[in-house]
Write a new protein. Structure first.
Length: 121
């Protein structure tokens, strides 16, 4: 989708709008069910990976980080302005804390990607 959007903007000679990537940590089956109710598509394998983990929130953060890394790597040459939105979908303190931790990790990864791009890596 991002590649198609970047191509279309280039064809129309227009600047692409900022694309906001939303991530949310998930630490329980109840949160996962709520996410699905909201319309968030979570692959079955990902659900099992989170729910079967010894530390579901930590596993969820790993998945979000890996997903952002893959997005950044695949979009590195597209010159798309990307932004982050990190949300906690529950009022459970551990999930709110995980969202704060996730924000810090993903923000640092985005900043690294910008630095890499600036020096041509």
């Amino acid at each position: 989708m991002l590649t198609s959007y970047a191509r279309r903007c280039k064809q129309l000679d227009m600047e692409p709008a900022r694309i906001i990537l939303t991530f949310t940590p998930c630490g329980s089956e109840k949160t996962l069910e709520f996410m699905k109710w909201l319309g968030i598509s979570v692959p079955e394998a990902t659900s099992y990976r989170i729910l079967d983990a010894d530390q579901p929130l930590k596993e969820s953060i790993k998945i979000c980080y890996t997903n952002l890394q893959m997005i950044l790597e695949s979009c590195a040459e597209l010159d798309l302005p990307l932004g982050l939105n990190i949300e906690s979908l529950t009022n459970r303190k551990e999930e709110i804390d995980a969202a704060i931790q996730l924000y810090s990790l993903l923000r640092a990864r985005m900043e690294l990607a910008l630095s890499e791009r600036a020096i041509g890596l």
